[in-house]
Design a protein around this ligand. Structure first.
Ligand code: F6R
Length: 591
């Protein structure tokens, strides 16, 4: 994870870098730092803490210079300390590096470098990079050649950016497996993990393939392949709707993203019918279909599995991406693998897809971020088109994933248009759900804020919604929560129900209502506090989250929205930052 940024040009560099770091904070927010080149000096300031805290503490905005790099960290190797924060320097303090990724052979490299007399100042894997570069520069190589030679010695994944006093007008960047994108505006040059970091200045971008190197100078951008040959590249325009990263009047991105779901759903039906029809046919023809994803995206996949079976009469399996490799033996060229990932850069998903491709499987990905690693690896790509999602907890991307699975399953039975029309109508129902429940959810969050545990139950298509709603609560409010099929509760978890334990029961007025309610009554008999999520009232509920009556296969989309909002309000009541939950980051680029 981690976000990196470099800037050189006519503006004061550090303020540009600091603004960029604020946009990149979704990638990691346990430490931050910058390095600036000015008047023959390399100035490095860094510390543990969120970007704003580090900026204030070290008065970063005052740093001079027109060439600077910056980093926001999600710790992997080494604790959250000032020493481990990036940028990292070589022994001489003449060059500085920021890095995103994991250097798998860092231990061996470190031992070798230490034997050669290098002194390490941190516990990070990253620090081998500046020391390797230092040796290359000592051997008389240019900074770009030093970067090429260093990259060739690294195993694992990386995107790194370097500045050096020996070549003070330049920023060098390179990548393998982690994103890096260049932005151009007049004589200003940007390089970052995400174009969002510089989208306020430019939408003209150039991509970097694995193992390529970019050399940025004021007014210049030169691209090299792994052998150092010059490459000719065309700039392209970034979709500005994607680049939007403003909270507007909302206190948090998560709240904004929850609230904009009705509009997102209104837009989602504008998908390419032809593409859906072709993909639906591929799915129907395949010997087997495996959906792979992590976290929230996996819960969307579980709803998708249900829809494929119910509508398309096609059974498929959902395999957690981190476990995918253990099922690789049964994947072959007659397999369709559907990879679901908001970011398109989740390492476990990417690895699974690579393995599937290697044995000839057809790969279809459902992603939100354009031009992500996953999109490059897939035969077909369906975009969520829900705009950038900044809050760490996924909300609008989840709803969009559900909508995509809905469309795909109806495309299997030649009913794409009807499904698209139903989704467009559902937009109004989602707004209604939010309006009806907002004040009730605020009150409910007060009641839940001191609870240690919560359980979420549902049946059929809504079981995955119980799991997703539980995940939302635990990741942003740190309350232990579990979601499970309602019928499973009595096989063990019922033992944990005590007087006052909250049990959220998703029981729409469909074929699951009676049985799910009966499971709720079993918990109520043990003192549980029942929160019913339903379009049908019941005296069993202690609190009622009212949802509109919709078609049975659309209930997941109206049931999840108030539960996202409930999790948000509980987090606020517990004093947690819902946009930046502890220990987490939005893009999980490590295995
Ligand atoms: C939870 C959440 C995560 C992600 C998971 C996969 O709110 O966002 O569980 O769903 O890390 O991320 P993507 O979808 O980017 O592959």
């Amino acid at each position: 994870m981690c976000g990196i940024i470099g800037y050189c040009g006519q503006k004061a560099a550090v303020p540009v870098v600091l603004e960029a770091l604020k946009c990149l904070e979704y990638r990691g927010y346990d430490s931050a730092g910058v390095a600036s080149l000015c008047d023959g000096q390399l100035l490095i300031r860094k510390d543990a803490g969120k970007v704003e805290e580090v900026i204030q503490k070290h008065k970063l905005a005052d740093l001079p210079g027109h060439v600077a790099i910056g980093h926001t960290r999600w710790a992997t190797h080494g604790g959250v300390t000032q020493f481990n924060a990036h940028p990292h320097a070589d022994c001489s303090g003449r060059l500085a590096v920021v890095h995103n990724g994991i250097i798998e052979n860092s231990q061996e490299l470190r031992q070798e470098l230490t034997r050669r007399g290098h002194r390490f100042a941190s516990e990070t894997d990253t620090e081998v990079i500046p020391h390797l570069l230092e040796d290359e520069l000592k051997n008389g190589h240019s900074l770009e050649q030093a970067a090429l030679n260093t990259a060739a010695k690294l195993e694992g994944s990386y995107a790194f950016v370097v500045v050096s006093l020996d070549d003070p007008g330049k920023i060098i960047g390179t990548r393998r497996g982690n994103p890096l994108i260049v932005g151009l505006n007049g004589r200003d040059r940007y390089v970052s993990s995400d174009a969002l970091a510089f989208s306020q200045y430019t939408n003209e971008v150039m991509g970097l393939e694995d193992n390529e190197v970019v050399v940025l100078t004021e007014g210049g951008a030169e691209f090299l392949d792994a052998q150092g040959n010059k490459l000719v590249k065309q700039a392209r325009k970034l979709d500005q709707s994607w680049a939007e990263s403003d909270k507007g009047a909302y206190q948090h991105f998560m709240l904004k993203e929850i609230m904009e779901q009705a509009q997102v759903l209104g837009r989602i039906a504008n998908q390419d019918k032809q593409q859906f029809t072709e993909i639906a046919l591929d799915i129907l023809r395949a010997r087997q279909v495996i959906i792979t994803a992590c976290g929230t995206s996996r819960y969307a996949a579980l709803v998708g599995r249900y829809l494929f079976s119910r509508v398309g009469k096609k059974f498929c399996d959902v395999v957690m991406a981190s476990e995918f490799g253990y099922f690789a033996d049964s994947v072959d060229k007659n397999t369709v693998v559907i990879a679901v990932s908001q970011s398109g850069e989740t390492a476990d998903v990417v690895e699974g897809v690579k393995a599937a491709r290697a044995v000839g499987a057809q790969v279809i990905s459902i992603v939100n971020r354009p031009n992500s690693i996953l999109t490059d690896l897939s035969h077909q790509v369906i975009y969520l088109n829900c705009g950038s999602e900044i809050a760490v907890a996924a909300t609008k991307s989840f709803l969009s994933q559900l909508a995509i699975f809905y469309l795909l399953s109806f495309a299997m039975v030649n009913s794409f248009d009807q499904a698209a029309a139903r989704l467009a109508e559902l937009s109004g129902e989602v707004s209604k759900t939010l309006d009806w429940n907002k004040s009730e959810l605020i009150k409910l969050s007060e009641k839940l804020k001191d609870k240690n545990d919560a359980y979420y139950i549902a049946r059929g298509i809504n079981f995955a919604i119980a799991s997703e709603a539980a995940l939302k609560l635990k990741e942003i409010s740190y309350v232990h929560a579990e979601g499970m099929p309602a019928g499973e509760l009595k096989h063990g978890t019922l033992a944990l129900i005590e007087p006052g334990t909250p049990v959220v029961v998703i029981c729409p007025d469909d074929y699951t209502f009676a049985e799910t309610l009966s499971n709720a009554i079993e918990t109520k008999s043990r003192g549980a506090y029942i929160i019913g999520v339903s379009d049908r009232e019941s005296e069993v509920y202690d609190s009622w989250i009212k949802i509109p009556k919709v078609d049975e296969l659309l209930y997941p989309m109206v049931a999840v929205v108030p539960l996202q909002l409930l999790a948000y309000y509980v987090a606020i009541n517990r004093g947690c930052d819902p946009d930046r939950p502890r220990n987490l980051a939005k893009s999980v680029t490590v295995k």
